[in-house]
Design a protein around this ligand. Structure first.
Ligand code: DX5
Ligand code: ZN
Length: 246
C-alpha cells in the first residue's frame, strides 16, 4: 500500500505533458456465449462499449485456446467498420499473425513482450500493416522491461491476472506498474486486463489506467450498460482529477 501511495504521489508530481488519453471501456467477449459471438458483440456496443477486446489464445503461450483471424474476419463482416477491435494476442510467435489479422479487420495488435525476441521488428511490422500497436506484460514481467519500447507503442497492457482465463481474481499488486508508466508516459494509453470490475476499478483509475478491459463483470451482469457507464465515470473522474492536480 505504501508503495502504491508513493507511486501515486510520483504520478502527480511528474506528469509533465498534456493528457491526450480518455477513458475507454472494452468488454472482453471471452466470457460471453461464444455460440452467439456476433450478437454478443453488438449487445456490448449497444450497451456503450468503446471498443471490443478480443482474446486470441493458442494453447501454447497460455494453457487455453480460443479463436484466430477467420473469426475476426467474420465479426468484421457482420459488425461493419465501427467497432474498434483490440486483439489481445496470447500466442507464441506473434509475428506470424500480423498480416492475417490486419486483413481480417483488426485495429490494434497487442502482443506479449514475453512471446518475442525482437519487439522492435514486430512493432514496425504491425504499424506497416496499418494497425495500432499494443504491448502486453504478464504479472511476472517488470515494467522496466517494457520501458525501452514505450515511446514506440500506442498502448501498454498491464495484465492484472495470469493470462489464459476469464473470471480470475484481480491482482492489486500490479498497480505500481500502471502508476510508474503513467508517471513516465503521461499521454500513453494504458490498459488493464483481468478481474477488473466495479470492485477493482477505483485502484486502476487512481493508478492511471485509461483503457479498461472487463470480461465477467460486464458480460455476467444483468445490466451491462450501467456497469460500463460506472467503470467509465470512475476512470474519467480520475483523469480529470489528475489534470487538476497538475
Ligand atoms: C485473460 C484475458 C482477459 C479476460 C478478462 O487472459 O486476457 O481479457 O477475458 O476477463 P475477466 O474480466 O473476467 O478477468
Ligand atoms: Zn485479454
Amino acid at each position: 500500500m505504501l508503495l502504491l501511495a508513493l507511486c501515486q504521489a510520483a504520478c502527480r508530481q511528474y506528469s509533465r505533458y498534456s493528457m491526450a488519453y480518455s477513458a475507454k471501456i472494452g468488454p472482453s467477449i471471452l466470457s460471453s456465449d461464444l455460440s452467439c459471438l456476433g450478437s454478443e458483440c453488438v449487445r456490448m456496443m449497444e450497451c456503450g462499449a468503446d471498443y471490443l477486446h478480443l482474446d486470441v489464445m493458442d494453447g501454447h503461450f497460455v494453457p487455453n485456446i480460443t479463436f484466430g483471424h477467420p473469426m475476426v474476419e467474420c465479426l468484421r463482416k457482420s459488425l461493419g467498420q465501427e467497432p474498434f477491435f483490440d486483439m489481445h494476442m496470447m500466442v507464441s510467435r506473434p509475428e506470424q499473425w500480423v498480416k492475417a489479422m490486419a486483413a481480417a479487420g483488426a485495429n490494434q495488435y497487442t502482443f506479449h513482450l514475453e512471446a518475442t525476441s525482437n519487439p522492435g521488428a514486430l512493432i514496425k511490422d504491425i504499424r506497416e500493416s496499418g494497425m495500432k500497436v499494443g504491448l502486453a506484460i504478464k504479472p511476472g514481467t517488470t515494467v522496466k522491461e517494457l520501458e525501452p519500447w514505450a515511446s514506440q507503442i500506442d498502448m501498454a497492457l498491464v495484465m492484472t491476472v495470469e493470462p489464459g482465463f476469464g473470471g480470475q481474481k484481480f491482482m492489486e499488486d500490479m498497480m505500481p506498474k500502471v502508476c510508474w508508466l503513467r508517471s513516465q508516459f503521461p499521454s500513453l494509453d494504458i490498459e488493464v486486463d483481468g478481474g477488473v470490475g466495479p470492485d477493482s476499478i477505483h485502484c486502476c483509475a487512481e493508478a492511471g489506467a485509461n483503457m479498461i478491459v472487463s470480461g465477467s463483470a460486464v458480460i455476467g451482469s444483468e445490466d451491462p450498460r450501467s456497469v460500463i457507464a460506472h467503470l467509465r465515470s470512475v476512470v474519467s473522474e480520475a483523469i480529470q482529477k489528475r489534470s487538476l492536480d497538475r
